[in-house]
Design a protein around this ligand. Structure first.
Ligand SMILES: [Zn+2]
Length: 153
């Protein structure tokens, strides 16, 4: 495997790792999810952009030198394996949209369509401009942070 560029490493997750891909985005990694199902296209995109390929497919793994074979089907183990190899930056937690990977930005909750209760509690929320989705420190957010902290130990 070639040497990594430190914090700027970018990833591609294969189709068997959709949940891991979402979790990696919560953790602040830049990770792409394939739009097509053809192995050759996935590999082409990885090569062109120097992406580290995370895969559960041993054939794909063998075909690309910058790939990492994810051993487990268990989501906690998958995240742990990735975090061990590429320690995440806590400053980047919850900065990316789990659905599309775009950077979230802070927006006044009055400006977007969120429930009134949320507007009252949070003046500012995180927002994905692409998915038109808002994120705030609610139950889901806390559960995510709990899991991240548990796995980091
Ligand atoms: Zn999004």
């Amino acid at each position: 495997m070639r040497s990594q560029k430190g914090g700027s490493t970018e990833f591609m997750a294969d189709h068997m790792l959709k949940r891991a891909c979402e979790w990696m985005r919560f953790l602040g990694y830049t990770v792409y999810y394939p739009e097509c199902h053809y192995d050759n296209d996935i590999l082409k995109t990885c090569m062109k952009n120097d992406l580290v390929l995370l895969t559960r497919d041993i054939e794909l793994y063998r075909r690309y030198p910058l790939s990492i074979y994810i051993n487990s089907v268990d989501i906690d183990n998958q995240i742990s394996q990735i975090m061990e190899m590429f320690p995440p930056d806590p400053k980047k937690f919850m900065t990316k949209c789990p659905d599309c990977g775009s950077d979230l930005y802070s927006i006044n909750s009055d400006e977007i369509n969120v429930p009134d209760g949320i507007k009252k509690r949070f003046h500012v929320v995180k927002y994905c401009n692409k998915c038109k989705k808002a994120f705030w420190p609610g139950t889901q957010y806390n559960k995510i942070m709990e899991k991240i902290n548990r796995l980091l130990k």
